[in-house]
Design a protein around this ligand. Sequence first.
Ligand SMILES: Cc1cc2nc3c(=O)[nH]c(=O)nc-3n(C[C@H](O)[C@H](O)[C@H](O)COP(=O)(O)OP(=O)(O)OC[C@H]3O[C@@H](n4cnc5c(N)ncnc54)[C@H](O)[C@@H]3O)c2cc1C
Length: 622
Amino acid sequence: MLTDPDYNYDAIVVGIGHAGCEATLALARLGHKTLALSISLDNAGFLACNPSIGGTAKGHLVREVDALGGEMGKAADATLTHLRMLNASKGPAVQSLRAQVDKYAYHNYMKRALESQPNLFLRQGECKDVIIEGGRVIGVRTVTDLVYRAPAVALCCGVYMDAAILIGESVEQKGPAGFARSNYLADSLKNNGFILRRFKTGTPARVRKDSVDLDKLEAQSGEDTPYSFSALSRRVNKTGEVCYLGYTNPQTHAVIRENLTKSPKYGGRSFGTGARYCPSVEDKVVRFSDKERHQFFLEPEGAGTVEMYVQGLSTGLPADVQLRLYRTIAGFGRVEVMRDAYAIEYECIDPLQLDASLMSKSVRGLFFAGQINGTSGYEEAAAQGLVAGINASKFIKGEPPVILRRDNSYIGVLIDDLVTAGTDEPYRMMTSRAERRLILRQDNADLRLTETAVAAGLADGKRLKKYRAKLRGIARCEKLLDTVMGKTELEKYFSAVGEPPPKNAMTVREVLRRNLVTRQNFCAAFDIFKGVAPDALSHIFTEVKYGGYLERERRAAAEAKRLEDMAIPPNADYSALGGLSNEAKEKLAKIRPLTVGQASRIPGVTPADINVLIIRLHTAKK
Ligand SMILES: Cc1cc2nc3c(=O)[nH]c(=O)nc-3n(C[C@H](O)[C@H](O)[C@H](O)COP(=O)(O)OP(=O)(O)OC[C@H]3O[C@@H](n4cnc5c(N)ncnc54)[C@H](O)[C@@H]3O)c2cc1C
């Protein structure tokens, strides 16, 4: 077996969830013989919870995964059933695409992508052990005692490690949606010195569409605007599915309060730390007891099924109580539950044990990505999987890793938060986590990250062609911005859009800065930008309209970059550095930040400590 090609690979990825799919595809596309091992091949890209991709800040992540050469954006565009631009009335920093997707079509799409990828070997089996020798990973062992060897291993095990399904007093040792769980890997990691925690999340029931009186709910159709997650999608799938908005009521809350102790959490039977931003309905009733009602969305699980997902009403209450609480809701009087809601607890690692490449600090060649790192969400998982795949490839080739920065991507914010500050609860991405939101818009993810994809070797010809065309479009617009527009032609236009009349002739740039000037009404009135692609045009309009704010953000980013570029020796002896607080010495020695910028974000490391570090680094340099 030692040399048998069936058991020897360049890389092994354990798990084909959202992280595993991206890691595996990246490694195989970068030319590595890659094994993808999963407890089940039927959960490739499985949407265990909401049948949707994107949403606030998550839509940004999907665009960034796409720009870096990942698959999630294309998969969502090919399988979506309903599409909306969230926060469209707000500023461009928080506008974010959200799609309902057909979860079965999404799974099939991802499984086909894995099956049709050269260099990629799919194998069903449960990983029991990670094999480590001399501080390096050398392979994995399965429960059937097969040993697969590779110099790089990425663990993308999601919510499966020692998972338990909690419904009322029933506890089942199972993974999500009836899949088998991972029974041994958590212990193997603990035996190798890794710190694990128990987290929890939950999902609502799935109900029969035709058992709900939809007239009692508010229908929400998707938008027809031709948005897409991927820059490469020529068209997106549209089946015109509808979502429905509904509300709980005081009767619903009464059923919940009467049975609160029967829920795992309020009955003292659940020990996992839950997701603050995905609370169960019992959490909502307890935490917001003054609220008369809580909203929920009824979302289609797929075009070919009657199953509907009740977004916002996840619970761990007993199945009979679930039925009673759902039946109190307007429109749900005769509702049929097809799958019960449940809470799931699982083991995950403390991400402070990883460096910014997502490699373990203690085991070389061992990478971790996805929910196993303490995050929650398909998009957060996919982003980490892609980075782990790229960096496992760099590791195999002996090249320096790709480290994404906070001022250049939400993925950079996500990973830096995990490996620098850590997380004590399931971490969900939000735009408020980024210091430079206006720079990190979803519409310019390709401009921010395509060059990184090129350097990583994941930008194919089609992507480069699209990217260069956008750059040309932007460059053409920039030239046109200094075009002078006459006072007369502007008077008619300004009065039409409600702007005060111009005092003199104005440049296009000055005109675009006017509040009531929009891309739509300007291009309807003037053909200056005729033939420029919509993506290049919307970029220019945003850059001009928010020019002042962007300038400020870019200056702040440049200042922060000064600290980001100040490298700290990985083996620095902080205990010997006088002037540092004891807390700082302890935290710096534990986290081992790569830069002063990263050090400044470690909780407990003060600006005074940072000054000491900077002075010491300068002195050392001299
Ligand atoms: C019940 C539930 C509710 C959720 N609610 C939300 C929510 O409200 N909001 C939200 O953002 N996210 C939610 N999620 C989370 C979302 O599903 C995950 O974030 C996402 O699926 C994580 O992706 P991943 O790739 O890390 O892991 P997963 O998608 O969980 O995939 C893990 C993969 O690893 C494989 N695997 C695991 N252990 C082994 C092993 N030992 N050997 C071989 N293969 C193994 C599995 O077969 C699977 O392929 C929920 C998940 C569940 C289960």
